[in-house]
Write a protein that binds this ligand. Structure first.
Ligand code: ZN
Length: 161
């Protein structure tokens, strides 16, 4: 199976806030597993639903420590700052330095609709913040000034989300 098609900048769905999921059901579970498959096939470490054209607050992440499926994720605590280069499956070829919280606690519904909290740092914390940005309609290039956008590095980043 080929996985889902990844939506690329500048499509509109990438620029607006995704809809909250009222109930986590079979449809959502199916979408989450298809999103995970698409993420693995694309070599990414994270994928938000809007990146495959689904207008819902859902994301999958695997930074090498196991697959995490999140519905309606919200950061409830954040600490410190770290700046690191990121790539995005929806903005291929772009590498952008993004300043984010170093440590976070995220609350979300798991694929069974249960409220779950997760403490994260390092790449996992970065990936979660990147996906939550997607669900709010924000892309890595939004962190650049208009002038910097012109000089955007076209070097493929090591990891894309
Ligand atoms: Zn992305």
């Amino acid at each position: 199976m080929a996985g889902l098609t990844i939506v690329r900048f500048p499509r509109d769905i990438l620029k607006r806030r995704a809809a909250k999921v009222p109930v986590v059901g079979d449809e959502e579970r199916k979408a989450l597993s298809e999103m995970a498959k698409t993420m693995y096939l694309s070599g990414g470490v994270g994928l938000a639903a809007v990146q495959v054209g689904i207008d819902s607050q859902m994301a999958v992440i695997d930074v090498g420590k196991g697959l995490i499926k999140m519905v309606n994720p919200v950061i409830v605590k954040s600490d410190g700052t770290e700046t690191c280069e990121e790539g995005c499956l929806s903005v291929p070829g772009a590498a952008v330095k993004v300043k984010r919280a170093g440590k976070i606690v995220v609350q979300y519904l798991n694929e069974f609709g249960e409220i779950t909290q997760l403490a994260a740092e390092g790449l996992l914390a970065r990936a979660i913040q990147h996906e939550i940005d997607h669900l709010s309609g924000k892309l890595i290039i939004d962190y650049l000034s208009p002038l910097k956008r012109i000089f955007l590095r076209k070097i493929p980043p090591k990891r894309s989300l």
